[in-house]
Design a protein around this ligand. Structure first.
Ligand SMILES: [Fe+2]
Length: 433
């Protein structure tokens, strides 16, 4: 197995591609849609026939989910951390995780540990006068939630780093990464047992908060998903008429490509997005929802090729804005939108990187809603590249380059220090092999 993706020897997609965001977006959209339609037609099937296959598959999943919900069953798979640690997760539990693409890990951390981290974060920001110096939201996405700091642009607290480099986090990330096919076509696409310690923020939403939430969207990219060569290869079975062979768990070609810049961009390849709960949260208090169908990506990627979508429109997807999933184009999918169950501090929540998700609105929230965002971002060429800028941000206490340039922690003396890194932390930052 080669450690590097051998993209030059991979089958060429033969489509027009733009490795940087095209200057004339409508023209590029027209070009790529015509080329994709022609490519699918060359398989002997029409776009409509291919899409009908996807529609049937998705409808069956949506029906199963809505029926289960009507029976009062939980939709989100739940696995105990102790089973992951002991290697005793059943085949049935793994199959359900693969089917739903999302998971709650119960007791990922001891509840007291998580509550302690929450207190430590408060002490960390207060000791540095964060609330006096807070300048308002630094981006226009989470910024739409409100003007109070619910999303703290804080990356280098001891609590966050302790969680990121903990044995418990590494075990769960390895388990989740192993859901993916990481070796194929003669390439080892990523190392499932090594994470790249992707630094992200904290959310602390206080009791009594009103929040409009976040609409249904997805985070893996925008127009680059159709327009870059790497993604055209990753989604090759959607684009060449062999849609039955599309596997949402196949990492091939996903771990080295470029991404168009944007306010919500993620330079890393994440197998799962995730967060760790730092407070107890009830399922009806403005929590995370997903459309728990990993293969829904096939629907999202092919829907713009149907005849009812204008030639220069990708169902509303454009650069510098989050990829929307909405009732105009994706209505059948949204019936499956399902929220997490009640969680306790120390539980963690995970969802496949391509999946549609949202945060429900809440009025007069009961209890806190506190999380640390920590995904699973395994070591691969793309994440190794990004790790170089993460190391620099860590060294200087800066905001990582995927995030707004706020840099609150540069002068904070009690941020996590390099000598506090353990083996997992050093490997995650690329400081040791
Ligand atoms: Fe998101």
């Amino acid at each position: 197995m080669s450690p590097q993706p051998a993209l030059d020897t991979a089958p060429l997609s033969g489509l027009p591609h733009w490795e940087r965001a095209p200057a004339d977006l409508p023209d590029a959209i027209r070009q790529i849609k015509a080329a994709l339609r022609a490519r699918i037609a060359a398989s002997g099937r029409t776009v409509e026939e291919v899409f009908a296959v996807v529609e049937r598959l998705i409808e069956a999943e949506v029906d199963e989910i809505t029926a289960a919900r009507a029976r009062g069953e939980g939709i989100w798979p739940v696995i105990d951390y102790s089973d992951i640690a002991a290697g005793t997760v059943s085949d049935e539990a793994r199959a359900l995780l693969r089917r739903r693409g999302c998971l709650v890990v119960r007791g990922h951390f001891e509840r007291e540990q998580a509550l302690g981290w929450d207190r430590d974060i408060v002490e960390y920001v207060e000791s540095n006068n964060f609330f006096d110096t807070y300048r308002g939201p630094g981006d226009d996405f989470f910024g739409s939630v409100g003007s109070k700091p619910e999303i703290y642009p804080i990356y280098w607290s001891p609590a966050q780093m302790q969680a990121r480099q903990s044995d418990r986090m590494a075990r769960v990330q390895t388990f989740l990464n192993s859901m993916w096919k990481h070796e194929s076509e003669g390439v080892r696409w990523f190392d499932p047992s090594r994470d790249s310690l992707y630094p992200d923020r904290i959310r602390r939403r206080p009791p009594g908060a009103d929040s409009a939430g976040l609409g249904t969207h997805l985070d893996p990219g925008t127009l680059d998903l159709w327009m870059t060569e790497a993604y055209q290869r990753a989604f090759r079975h959607l684009f060449d008429g062999s849609v039955e062979r599309y596997d949402p768990w196949d990492a091939a070609y996903r771990t080295d490509g470029p991404q168009y810049p944007g306010t919500t961009m993620c330079s890393a390849f994440r197998t799962f997005q995730g967060w760790t709960a730092l407070s107890d949260m009830r399922h009806d208090q403005g929590v995370l929802h997903t459309v728990p169908i990993p293969a829904a990506m096939a629907y999202l990627m092919l829907r713009p090729l149907l005849a009812d979508v204008p030639d220069d429109d990708m169902c509303g997807v454009t650069v510098n804005q989050v990829f929307p999933a909405d009732h105009k184009w994706h209505s059948p999918l949204l019936d499956a939108l399902s929220g997490i169950p009640d969680v306790r501090a120390g539980d963690s929540v995970w969802w496949h990187c391509d999946m549609i998700h949202s945060v429900a609105s809440v009025a007069d929230q009961q209890g806190w809603g506190n999380v640390m965002y920590i995904p699973a971002a395994p070591w691969c060429p793309r994440n190794e590249r990004y790790a170089a800028s993460v190391r620099e941000a860590f060294r200087t206490g800066s905001s990582p380059s995927d995030f707004p340039e706020e840099h609150y922690e540069r002068t904070w003396p009690n941020r996590f220090q390099p000598h506090e890194l353990n083996d997992i932390g050093r490997r995650g930052l690329g400081l040791s092999p």
